[in-house]
Design a protein around this ligand. Sequence first.
Ligand code: DON
Length: 343
Amino acid sequence: MSADVDALINRMKSASSPLRDILIELHEKHRNDTSGEVATYIPELARADPNWFGICIATIDGQIFEFGDSRQQFTIQSVSKPFMYGLALEDHGPNYVLSKVGVEPSGDTFNAIVLDEKSNRPFNPMVNAGAIATADMIKGNSQIERTRRMMEMFGRYFGRPVNIDTSVFMSERSTGHRNRAIAYLMLNAGMIAGPVDETLELYFNQCSVLVAARDLAVMGATLANKGLNPITQERAIDDKYIKYLMSIMYTCGMYDYAGEWAYRVGIPAKSGVGGGICAVVPGRLGIGVYSPLLDAKGNSVRGVKFCNEFAERFGLHVFDPHAGNDLLGELMRGGRKGSKQAS
Ligand code: DON
């Protein structure tokens, strides 16, 4: 990248705005919170710096507000799952996809080895079983083509070329026996077509895509913007599938904390064990947060706290009867200083 572009980015990053001031305030409030643990199931994730904390808001009119380690790259992990579900919907339509993967919150941990007893379907596309069944549905004549389609799909959401962390991928592949067990169980039940190894390769690759909080915010803003990336104006997903994708995020996106998240924060979101959270305020903006310290359920501790406070402050809960108050809109336009809403 040229020095000119670097200088421009730095100027934009340091530009003051009332909304960015709030990001700074919330970042300051939570950056010394060292509760939680980084994921250790593979050595690459265990090496994450517990101090990393990046936040970004991307609006549907293409504004970006970011602070902290918002450009620090990490692996997307399970945040990939709803977006792959969107690709499966585009490939097959909802009826076929629903015949293979349910849409019920499971309340189980994400890597539970359990299928719905009556239908043999995984409970939903956000648990590993459902995500593997979803990966199995991604079309392509070869392993390479299916991986390429996955990477192109993420590229449309990011607005840039996609890279995969190969050492994370190798570790996921060499340690992923539980996922292999889940995949064979589904093959046995006739829920996936296979070849199992190819589908697992695709799943491990999708988990190893490199992102930053900024990318997660733009992905969220793309969903908020009827599927059009607000920076590049490129279509990332057919808009008729967005309601399905976001309802799954709303009901199942935060592991077995999904119910409490829906209750408290009240916006569709997905987290990953890399420490990322992507959240969507429909019709308005996307939120991307990165902090690798995870709580016992696998969600980023600082990420959950930031989203909770940000949503409460601006009345973003989708069922908040006072959500019409447009403090956030004013701040986005550079208006008055954000005061805490009466609650
Ligand atoms: O499948 C695994 O073990 C991990 N790569 C899953 C990633 C993750 O974020 C957990 N998800 N629900």
